[in-house]
Write a new protein. Structure first.
Length: 184
């Protein structure tokens, strides 16, 4: 049995990228409460690796008012309506759209929950290798995006200096390093 039981749910807000809902709940002790939830579709994050080079993208992140470097990541249009593509297809599409790269090999490194205290969104982290350069296919919202290659040392220095602060990128880097350790 779930520790919190949902008694009723209502949609408060919707746009193409998210749904905000409020649930009436009963806690384990029987007391009533409410829970606000942001529903977002599953996303893919891609660690594109070419030897000791990794491809990052940089864009302006409106909610925090800053430009940030991160691994390519995103969701698919229409995913909120149950039209989610296969995880591997989403990862390949995000890599191609944001960087122009195509990968011969895509391997799952793990799964991440973005903010499980307030959001249902989960994501898959992929390692892409055997890369071929091509033209990016960015969405209109990504018009300010740029991408570049960075070495391990550069990425870790950017993480330590606060230049890379995206939680999913930091977590994906940890999954990559753990996978490398397990292979050693």
């Amino acid at each position: 049995m779930d520790p919190i039981e949902c008694l009723a749910t209502r949609e408060v807000y919707r746009n193409p990228w998210m749904v905000v809902r409020e649930d009436d709940v009963r806690r384990p002790d029987g007391s009533p409460g409410i829970y606000g939830v942001v529903d977002k579709p599953t996303y893919a994050l891609v660690v594109a690796r070419d030897g000791d080079r990794f491809r990052l993208v940089e864009q302006f992140r409106y909610p925090i008012g800053l430009r940030r470097w991160e691994f390519p990541q995103g969701t698919a249009p229409g995913s909120l309506d149950g039209n989610e593509p296969a995880a591997a297809d989403l990862a390949a599409a995000e890599l191609r759209e944001e960087t122009g790269l195509r990968a011969d090999s895509m391997v799952v490194l793990g799964q991440l929950d973005v903010a499980p205290g307030m959001s249902s969104q989960r994501g898959w982290v992929w390692l892409a290798t055997g890369l071929t350069e091509g033209e990016h296919e960015r969405e209109h919202e990504e018009q300010d995006m740029r991408s570049a290659w960075f070495t391990t040392a550069q990425i870790e220095a950017m993480m330590l200096s606060g230049e890379i602060t995206d939680a999913q990128t930091l977590a994906a880097w940890t999954l990559l390093r753990l996978a490398e350790r397990d292979r050693a």
